[in-house]
Ligand binder design. Structure first.
Ligand code: FMN
Length: 242
C-alpha cells in the first residue's frame, strides 16, 4: 500500500472479527518496526508489552472501562514509558556512540567527539531525566532561566515536562506500530480510556513508569467496527503557511 492508501485505510476499529486471527509474530514484527520511530535524544524510554494470552482479556477489558475495542481484540499492546530506565539507556547509548565514532569519524576528530558524547549521555541526560518529588525539575528550571538570559535554551525541563518528552516519543512508536499493522492488513484501536492504576497493577509495572496507550489488535469485520465516517476539522483550520 502507498502511504496515502495506508493512512486512509487505518481506522480506529472498535469491534474485531472473531473469525480471523493474527499470528503473534506478525505483531512482534510490527513492534520491531515501531522501534525505528524517532525518539528524543534516541533514549528509547519505552517498553511494549504484548499480551497474547486470552487470559488477559477479562481483566484488561474491565480496566479499559468495558470498551468493545478491548473486549473483542485478540491481542493487545501496552505502550509503557520507562523513564525509570534513563541511566541504563544513557549508558547504552554512550557505549554505542563511542563505537560509532571510532568506526565512522576521522581519527583526528574522535577524541573531541567522544568527549562531547560523554557530556551529553554521561552527564546531561542523567541530569535531565532524574526525578525527585519535582524538586530536581525546579532546580533545572532555575538553571535554564538563568542560561536563557544569555542564549537560547530548551526550557521544558521540569519533571512534568520531561515526562511529556518521554510520552511524545512513545506515542510516535505507537503510531509507527499502527501503520505497520495497517500495512499488513491488520487493525488497531489506540486507547487512553483506561484505569491506569488497575493496568499498572495487573501488569506489575514498576514505579516511575506510565502507560502511554493501549493498542488493541485484531481484524475488522467489514465496516461493523468502524463507527461512521471519518471526521477531520477543515485543513485550513490546522494549516498555516507563513
Ligand atoms: C491517544 C489516543 C487515545 C484514544 N483513546 C481511545 C479510546 O480510549 N477509545 C476509543 O474507542 N478510541 C480512542 N482513540 C481513537 C480516536 O477516537 C480516533 O483516533 C479518532 O476518533 C479518529 O478516528 P480514526 O482513528 O478512525 O481516524 C484514541 C486515539 C488516540 C490517539
Amino acid at each position: 500500500m502507498h502511504l496515502q492508501n495506508l493512512l486512509e485505510h487505518r481506522r480506529s476499529v472498535r469491534l474485531f472479527s472473531g473469525k480471523k486471527s493474527i499470528p503473534p509474530n506478525d505483531i512482534e514484527d510490527c513492534l520491531r518496526q515501531a522501534t525505528l520511530a524517532p525518539t528524543s535524544s534516541n533514549m528509547q524510554l519505552w517498553q511494549f508489552i504484548h499480551l497474547v494470552d486470552p487470559k488477559w482479556s477479562a481483566d484488561l477489558t474491565k480496566a479499559c472501562l468495558g470498551q468493545t475495542a478491548a473486549s473483542t481484540a485478540q491481542q493487545w499492546v501496552v505502550f509503557v514509558t520507562r523513564q525509570d530506565l534513563f541511566r541504563s539507556r544513557a549508558k547504552f547509548l554512550l557505549n554505542f556512540e563511542k563505537g560509532n565514532i571510532k568506526r565512522n569519524s576521522p581519527k583526528d576528530r574522535q577524541v573531541k567527539r567522544i568527549a562531547v558524547r560523554e557530556v551529553y549521555y554521561g552527564k546531561l541526560m542523567p541530569l535531565l531525566y532524574a526525578r525527585f518529588f519535582r524538586l530536581l525539575g525546579i532546580v533545572r528550571k532555575l538553571v535554564v532561566f538563568v542560561m536563557g538570559l544569555f542564549r537560547p535554551v530548551v526550557r521544558e525541563v521540569s519533571e512534568t515536562q520531561m515526562r511529556t518528552v518521554v510520552h511524545k516519543s512513545c506515542a510516535l512508536a505507537a503510531q509507527t506500530f499502527m501503520l505497520a499493522m495497517a500495512e499488513k492488513g491488520y487493525d488497531t484501536c489506540p486507547m487512553e480510556g483506561f484505569d491506569s492504576k488497575s493496568v499498572k497493577k495487573l501488569l506489575k509495572l514498576p514505579r516511575g513508569t506510565d502507560i502511554n496507550m493501549i493498542i488493541s489488535c485484531g481484524i475488522r469485520d467489514g465496516n461493523k467496527g468502524i463507527w461512521g465516517e471519518r471526521c477531520r476539522v477543515p485543513f485550513e483550520e490546522v494549516y498555516e503557511r507563513r
